[in-house]
Structures are given as C-alpha cells and as structure tokens.
Design a protein around this ligand. Structure first.
Ligand SMILES: *[C@@H]1O[C@H](CO)[C@@H](O)[C@H](O)[C@H]1NC(C)=O
Ligand SMILES: *[C@@H]1O[C@H](CO)[C@@H](O)[C@H](O)[C@H]1NC(C)=O
Ligand SMILES: *[C@@H]1O[C@H](CO)[C@@H](O)[C@H](O)[C@H]1NC(C)=O
Length: 278
C-alpha cells in the first residue's frame, strides 16, 4: 500500500456532521443534504418546525474566517477529471428504521484542505512513523502572514526574494493565481496550478524561518517540480505543508492561524479544518 493510496475510513455518528458534509446530489445510498440549496451566508430560520441551517465563511462579526473548503462530490481530486465523487454513505438511517442516522465516509487523506507529514514523499520517514500524529500543534497554531504572490510566475527563488518576508515570520499562507482561477471549485484537476519550484523551496528553507506553508491548491509544489519541491520542504521534518486552503474571502495581512488535523496514526496526510482569527 503506497502512501497515496492510504484511505481514510471513518464512522461518523452525529447528525451535525451529516449536515456539515455537503454532497451536491442525492444518490440511492445517500439522501440529499438538507440546507445545501442556500448559498447565502444569511440563512433564515424556518421556525421551530423546519429550521434551516446557516452555512457561512465568516464568524464572530468578521473576526473568524473559515479557510477550509467544504467536502463535496465535485471538489477536485489529484489527477482526476471527475472530482472526489461519492465519499459519504448512510448505512443506517432513521428512514429505514434505525434509531439514529450514522454516515460512513471513505476519502483519500490528501483531499480538499489537508496537510502533509514528512512520510508523504520520504519513505524512510514513513517507515519511521513520521505521520500526521507527530506534527507540531504549536507550528499549526499561531501568528501567520497571508500574502499575495505575483500572478505571472510560479514561486521561484526570485519570487521568494521579492516578497521580502521578514526573518522571524514562521507561518505564511501564499495566495496565488489559483484563488483567482477558483481552481479548488473546479471538478477537473488542473496541472497548471501555481506552486513552489525547487529553487523557491530551497530559498525558503535557506533564507526564512517559515515552518508552516499554506497554499490555495492541492499541492504546495508546482506540478513540474512536484517531488523535488516536496523533498526540499519535508526533508528537515520541521516544515508543515497545508494545502487546498480557501483564501478567497480574506484580505492579506497578519492573523492567528489554527489548523487541527485528525490524529490518524500511520497516515502521511490528513484532512484539516483551518481558520484565521483577526
Ligand atoms: C433504505 O433501504 C432500502 C432497501 O434496502 C434502500 O434501497 C434505500 O436506499 C435505503 N434508504 C436509505 C435512506 O438508507
Ligand atoms: C436522518 O436521515 C434521514 C434520511 O434518511 C433524514 O431525512 C433525517 O432528517 C435524518 N435525521 C436526523 C436526525 O438527522
Ligand atoms: C506554473 O507551473 C505550471 C507547471 O507546473 C505551469 O503549467 C503554469 O503555467 C505555471 N504558472 C505560471 C503563472 O507561470
């Protein structure tokens, strides 16, 4: 079993989780998701009989931003034309006589907003157990800089130098052309996304104190330098890569970032919820 084929199987037992997981179409194995028709932030309550859930991107009067993507059947999946596809089932449902609704999901661990552990591309680290459970929560939570990068290039050494990120900055979320192109909202995987070229990754390791790198498509590394860039960034085991971030509704600036992956023992990747607090 290769790391990329490591699948996550989880049993979800709460109705709240069911309604939070948006599937766009009803299937025989899974009913339509209530409340997913409304795309606005200001859902209206339908009264006590038919309450309507509110789905939002911003909480706390503009203080808290959700920078994770909703998991949907149509979200892009690595090198696939067809998106993630069905990942949620309802083996036990009240409609069929069960006491409660219990969903089940099956999802590649590098789906949607997720992060990479060193074992992702370095097999000896995988074997030694450097999985997502070993990632440093202190790195994943703290002051972070959200910056825009030039839209006409991948992230090269020259681009990194031009960004003039001060020493001491340890967490940086890079907003790129990927956000403008809304690539995370497109079903078909697109290899032309912007990411780190090997020399950009080397520059970051050598000249900055960055330990958390966030980016707005499925890989921190540009497709043309996929493995070389990952190797440069993960070799030291002190940098955490957060991929597939949703950076469209938030302004560049300084925030407090909070990412909490699942404690998947043995997994080199995990879906993660990430938020920014102003
Ligand atoms: C209920 O059970 C029937 C028959 O096994 C099945 O066809 C249907 O999909 C189930 N519905 C739900 C919501 O689980
Ligand atoms: C349980 O699932 C059914 C679909 O089978 C849905 O209509 C119902 O609202 C769900 N109940 C709860 C408590 O979520
Ligand atoms: C970034 O690199 C990819 C290949 O990895 C390429 O297809 C794309 O055009 C590049 N983007 C820019 C803005 O240069």
């Amino acid at each position: 079993m290769t790391p990329l084929h490591f699948f996550l199987l989880l049993l979800l037992s709460s109705a709240a989780l069911i309604s939070a997981a948006a599937a766009t179409a009803s299937t025989t194995a899974y009913p339509s998701i209530p409340g997913t028709d409304s795309t606005t932030d200001c859902g209206l309550s339908g009264g006590d009989e038919n309450p309507v859930p509110i789905r939002r991107e911003v909480y706390g009067n503009g203080k808290i931003f959700d920078i994770s993507h909703r998991y949907t059947v149509d979200m892009p999946s690595w090198e696939s034309k067809d998106g993630v596809g069905q990942f949620l089932w309802l083996p036990k449902s009240m409609k069929n006589g069960s006491l409660a609704n219990n969903s089940e999901m099956k999802l590649p661990t590098h789906t949607g907003t997720h992060l990479d552990a060193p074992g992702h591309v370095i097999d000896r680290y995988f074997d030694a157990g450097f999985d997502v459970d070993t990632l440093d929560l202190e790195v994943l939570n703290g002051p972070a800089l959200l910056i825009d990068v030039p839209r006409d290039k991948n992230i090269t050494a020259e681009v990194m130098e031009s960004l003039k990120i001060p020493k001491g900055v340890r967490r940086v979320l890079f907003r790129t052309l990927n956000t403008d192109r809304r690539l995370m909202f497109k079903k078909e995987f697109d290899t032309s996304y912007v990411g780190f070229m090997k020399d950009g990754a080397e520059w970051l390791v050598k000249h900055t104190d960055i330990k958390l790198i966030g980016i707005d498509y499925l890989s921190v590394a540009a497709f043309d330098d996929l493995i070389p860039s990952h190797l440069v960034l993960l070799e030291g085991r002190d940098i955490i890569l957060v991929e597939g971030l949703k950076l469209d509704v938030v302004q560049p600036g300084i925030y407090s970032v909070h990412c909490l992956p699942l404690r998947l023992l043995g997994a080199e990747g995990s879906p993660t919820r990430c938020i920014l607090i102003k």
